[in-house]
Ligand binder design. Structure first.
Ligand code: FMN
Length: 210
């Protein structure tokens, strides 16, 4: 646990990455695993994650992200795209997956199906989309912590034009839309922010102990 907290202190939203350094494939796979293992409401994982190392694509994304240099200097860009809405087929596919992995009959999951149908499909499209994006943010948090554990630098980012990102990634007009992104790689020695003290609320202000 001490190490975990140390690593969280070590991490910071990296402003300047070392463009010469790339993540190993093994580390990229570990980061992907941390996303795959994220908790999500009911386990529905209502998002897709684009993992981008292609230089040309990163250039295009940078132009749609206020020209923030992290987009091109970082080794990889993770784009979390939330589902805009869910439907019965999506829920059925989820139940099929449970049935296959846990070796239970789909018919035995009818109670769960009823609950998911009423709780998720009972939301408006707007509510479903917001809910899906919230789930994506949980996966983002996992990615940041896992990266810190691996001593990989990241920058979570909301400073981008989601519509343009959707166009660049070819998901405009589909059931996905970009929610949040994170760049990952290695900090540049020139990034002064790595030496800045962490600014956080005092525990007394943040926590209410009941
Ligand atoms: C959802 C989210 C969006 C953010 N967007 C940006 C961004 O677009 N550009 C940027 O440089 N930093 C961005 N940040 C980084 C925050 O400014 C940073 O996490 C915060 O100041 C706390 O500092 P620390 O993470 O270095 O400890 C974002 C952070 C989060 C969690």
């Amino acid at each position: 646990m001490e190490n975990y907290i140390e690593n969280l202190n070590w991490r910071y939203a990296t402003k300047k990455f070392d463009a010469e350094k790339s993540l190993s494939q093994e580390d990229v796979e570990k980061l992907q695993k941390s996303i795959q293992l994220s908790a999500s409401s009911y386990g529905l994982q209502p998002y897709k994650v684009f993992v981008i190392s292609d230089k040309e694509t990163k250039e295009k994304l940078k132009a749609a992200a206020w020209n923030q240099s992290q987009l091109t200097d970082a080794s990889h860009v993770f784009v979390f795209a939330g589902l805009k809405k869910l439907n019965e087929a999506y829920i059925d596919a989820y139940l099929e997956n449970i049935s296959k992995i846990r070796e239970v009959q789909v018919q035995d999951l009818s109670g769960l199906k009823d609950m998911l149908t009423s709780n998720i499909l009972g939301k408006t499209e707007e509510q479903q989309s917001v809910w899906a994006q919230k789930q994506a943010y949980i996966a983002l948090g996992n990615l940041l912590s896992a990266a810190a554990h691996l001593k990989i630098d990241t920058c979570p980012m909301e400073g981008f034009d989601a519509q343009k990102f959707d166009e660049i990634l070819g998901i405009s007009g589909t059931n996905l839309s970009t929610a949040v992104i994170a760049t990952a790689g290695y900090r540049s020695e020139a990034d002064q922010l790595q030496h800045a003290k962490k600014v956080r609320k005092q525990e007394e202000e943040l926590f209410h102990l009941i």
